[in-house]
Design a protein around this ligand. Structure first.
Ligand code: ZN
Length: 113
């Protein structure tokens, strides 16, 4: 399973970066050797089936934007930087919590086989 997990994680990262054109989806800074992007989980890993490792639950973020997005998670959903609420992030990449949930369920079913 752990080998499986590695593959799922790398597919997740690649598909998120590719969809977002290898730039930060929030501020548009491009990926480079100096600027590593993160594939951020919009909804926490433990709140979706299969860890939410689906492009529908991911967004490419630079370090600064990632920190802003993490505020929501690190504050237990009590604080959020304006414009960085999960709903805002989903909208930015043309997804939604419902789409992320459905894609995660589908991934979970595939892994179960
Ligand atoms: Zn950014």
């Amino acid at each position: 399973m752990s080998q499986n997990k590695k593959i799922i994680r790398s597919i997740f990262r690649e598909s998120v970066f590719q969809r977002d054109g290898h730039q930060c989806a929030m501020c548009g800074v491009p990926a480079s050797s100096a600027q590593m992007l993160d594939a951020h989980h919009i909804t926490d890993r433990n709140e979706l089936p299969a860890g939410g490792y689906v492009a529908e639950n991911g967004i490419s973020l630079c370090a600064i934007c990632h920190e802003k997005a993490e505020e929501w998670h690190s504050s237990n959903h009590t604080r959020c930087v304006e414009g960085f609420h999960p709903d805002d992030l989903y909208r930015k990449v043309g997804s939604s919590h419902e789409k992320a949930l459905q894609a995660s369920l589908a991934l979970h079913r595939r892994l179960d086989r």
